[in-house]
Design a protein around this ligand. Structure first.
Ligand code: DGT
Ligand code: MG
Ligand code: MG
Ligand code: MG
Ligand code: MG
Length: 269
């Protein structure tokens, strides 16, 4: 068939293929969640329903899309790491990023009721996305360490800030003033000496964020098995090994996690 005279417009499309051998990281972040969390009465500083919904949406991204080997989330953000040899959508950055963002956003709305039963969704939330390429395992681990360190710094601050307000009776201005210039050790000390809170005993979900990886799990499956000598069939329970997305709330900065899950990263050589 003859080409139409309009075909040339395709030439305006630019190439956004992600460099080979690099991990492709897509990070999503909730748009104006400062307002969204206020309007939907999120608990302060952390709302377990909101965190659960974020994780459920991230799980949907891993299950519905291809080649995501690990995802890490905290607050209103989630990072998705595509395996470095992925050829999904010819590694086109815009395809990968928009699929992640739209799958995540629609899941967030779709599963909202499961987490916020009594709280209606008041307006459609959105998430921005960006793509970053990391050429080595060290770079990728440093990226994830950066996000987990951010989780720690923010959560320690927010825990101290809201404890001073909720338990100490300070105003937001007074709490801000009290924490100005303090180091991590000072915040730990305030929590411990004034409020009897050992920060290290706070839930790992809040201190470490959520890491999702694929793991093999033995699961019981019922199936019909043919009996010998044509005696008919019998329903039996057998164990099948299935790959599932599993959440972890542990340290991913040190080596231990990576030594225990060696199949996540591909060799650098
Ligand atoms: P952005 O990302 O530039 O569009 O603007 P925001 O407002 O989303 O800013 P961001 O992403 O730096 O900060 C996340 C906001 O979401 C921050 O204001 C705190 C809020 N947020 C996230 N998780 C929770 C939660 O569990 N509880 C409460 N109360 N707020 C939360
Ligand atoms: Mg932002
Ligand atoms: Mg945000
Ligand atoms: Mg954020
Ligand atoms: Mg299409």
């Amino acid at each position: 068939m003859a080409k139409s005279k309009y075909e040339y417009v395709r030439l305006f499309e630019t190439d956004d293929t992600c460099l080979r051998n690099c991990y492709v990281v897509v990070r999503l972040d909730g748009r104006n969640f400062h307002k969204f969390s206020e309007k939907h009465s999120f608990a302060k500083p952390n709302d377990n329903r909101a965190l659960g919904l974020m994780t459920h949406s991230a799980r949907s991204v891993m299950e519905e899309l291809e080649d995501v080997v690990i995802a890490y989330g905290q607050s209103d953000e989630f990072s998705f790491v595509f395996k470095r040899t992925s050829t999904w959508f010819k590694r086109r950055a815009s395809k990968l990023m928009t699929h992640v963002a739209s799958q995540f956003s629609s899941s967030y709305v779709f599963y909202w009721k499961e987490y916020f039963a009594e709280q209606p969704l008041l307006y459609p939330p959105g998430f921005d996305g960006r793509v970053v390429l990391y050429p080595s395992n060290r770079n990728l681990r440093d990226y994830l360490s950066w996000r987990q360190a951010d989780c720690h710094v923010n959560n320690l601050y927010n825990t101290a800030f809201w404890t001073l307000i909720q338990k100490g009776g300070l105003t937001t201005v007074q709490a801000e003033e009290r924490l100005k210039g303090t180091l991590a050790a000072d915040k730990n000390e305030i929590l411990f000496s004034e409020f009897d809170i050992n920060y290290n005993n706070e839930p790992p979900l809040l201190r470490k964020g959520t890491t999702l990886i694929w793991e093999k799990r033995d699961e019981p499956v019922t199936k019909w098995v043919k009996l010998p000598n044509e005696e008919g069939e019998k329903e039996m329970t057998v164990t099948r090994s299935r790959k599932r997305v599993c959440p972890h709330h542990c340290d991913i900065i040190g080596d231990q996690f990576w030594e225990e899950h060696q199949d996540i990263l591909e060799s650098d050589d």
